[in-house]
Ligand binder design. Sequence first.
Ligand code: 13P
Length: 260
Amino acid sequence: MRKPIIAGNWKMNKTISDAIELVNGLKRNLYKIEDVDIVVCPPSTVLSDTAEVLMDSNIHLGGQNIFWEEKGAFTGEVSAVFLKDLGCRYVIVGHSERRQYFGETNEGVNKKTKTALRTGLFPIVCVGEKLNERESGKTFDVIKDHVTNGLKDINGKEILNCVVAYEPVWAIGTGKTATPQQAEEVHKFIRGLLLEMYSKEISSSIRLQYGGSVTPENISSLMEMPDIDGALVGGASLKVDSFSEIVRKSSEVKKRCTYS
Ligand code: 13P
């Protein structure tokens, strides 16, 4: 049984005081939840303050990006070692916004994923097709490219520490969620790719998240899908009530759904 994982990607939002208010609210609302891994990924400028609030809580901390080198003359970059030092457990790698605005490639994603693993961070590796790629029938080719190259040469033991997030680019920040069936179709395909790369046991243990306009209204129907193990939430993770509701509903759904 895969433990659901709900992560909030705050992107470039929240000052220190806003961040502290948000995590305090989440802590108050979610302290009883034990059957979902809850993660927040604030911008690096507020990681230290949020880490302090979340210490000894059931909410884990994650970074939004790392560089693949551990230290040195790389102005403006954040090292995996620094995130680990701050108490982060997870890091998002290869988000589509990084691919789109910062020229991130599968090769870079692969290097960053390996660095995260070497440092003891759990990478959340993002994959997903753009609207024109979906419309021209290239979804599965793009996903295959992202998965096989992004996770290249990562062994069977290491991959168990990775989460793969399927985020169709056309669904991010647009209010246009993939239907549960559309999302499940791609998640199932990803699990099939993982089966080709690893064993049955490993592929069925890796957690796959969906991301793209996830809200308290649509989370349950997504979580009901057998290959969807969680969500990577953008906009709705910026408010205490909506993120708490998404976590609570995920916990409820996975309690009542048993898959053969
Ligand atoms: P939204 O939930 O705002 O669509 O963002 C999704 C996302 O990019 C999470 O990483």
